[in-house]
Design a binder for this molecule. Structure first.
Ligand SMILES: C[S@@+](CC[C@H](N)C(=O)[O-])C[C@H]1O[C@@H](n2cnc3c(N)ncnc32)[C@H](O)[C@@H]1O
Length: 231
């Protein structure tokens, strides 16, 4: 008897992404029933290829909120795989409904904590870009330890990003922005590059709100330095 095809070790069955050499029938993928994926078994990283059904460049939106940016990027770049993660179930459900309605086959969504994703679940060298737009700023000094960006988080980002992979950040909170810049400035494994400028349809829900309020938006991007000179 022929062996059953091995199920992916986690995730919802999804139509494969159209690849460069895909046959015409594979390009017209059926709309997904859900873009949500499950957490892998404890202690195991995500299998990006199993989740998307094909290898390809991966970009990650951490704290994707209601998904305006993620959806715009997935529409604009059908050959790129986008993973959106959020800690709020309702937001993930909302993004999932929108992605399915549009038949976007290159989005996967995971309900999880950002630090857990980057520090434990992402395979090394797996993402060419990580977007973190309007992370919770925790402005009170006694709450700073709850902020996402720390030395440990930046270590994990460095491990997760592929060679010359980029982190893109936007925030309305100047104090948090300066603190993040300081962390990266002290880290020779990253170099400051031109900040990512979103197209109008890529502006996140929070950015839209802050722009209407006339709040300044601070942006920066950092590229991983492929090889650090030991001298
Ligand atoms: C200020 S909102 C920004 C949402 C979206 N990026 C935008 O710009 O519209 C921060 C988002 O990150 C999510 N979030 C905050 N802390 C998180 C964490 N530790 N792990 C995962 N998601 C988190 C929140 O639920 C919220 O949706």
């Amino acid at each position: 008897m022929p062996a059953e095809p091995a199920p992916s070790d986690h995730g919802t069955a999804q139509p494969p992404l159209p690849g460069r050499d895909a046959a015409p029938s594979a390009v017209i993928a059926a709309p997904p029933l859900s873009c949500r994926i499950d957490l892998p078994p404890a202690g195991r990283p995500l299998s990006i290829e199993a989740i998307f059904g094909a290898p390809g460049p991966l970009e990650v939106d951490v704290g994707c909120g209601k998904g305006r940016f993620l959806l715009a990027m997935a529409r604009r770049h059908p050959d790129v795989m986008f993973l959106g993660i959020e800690k709020r179930r309702k937001r993930i459900e909302k993004v999932d409904r929108k992605a399915c309605r549009e038949g976007l086959t290159n989005i996967r969504l995971l309900l999880t904590e950002a630090a857990c994703l980057i520090e434990e679940l992402m395979p090394p060298l797996s993402a060419r870009a990580v977007y973190i737009f309007f992370p919770d700023p925790w402005p009170k000094r006694r709450h700073h330890r709850r902020r996402l960006f720390s030395a440990a988080f930046i270590d994990a980002l460095h491990r997760t990003l592929s060679g010359e992979g980029r982190l893109h950040l936007a925030t309305d909170d100047e104090d948090y922005y300066l603190a993040i810049r300081q962390l990266f400035a002290a880290d020779r494994r990253f170099v400051d590059v031109a900040a990512y400028q979103p197209a109008d349809d890529e502006r996140t829900e929070f950015e839209t709100i802050f722009l209407k309020l006339g709040r300044p938006i601070h942006r920066c991007s950092f590229a991983k330095v492929a090889v650090v000179d030991p001298t």
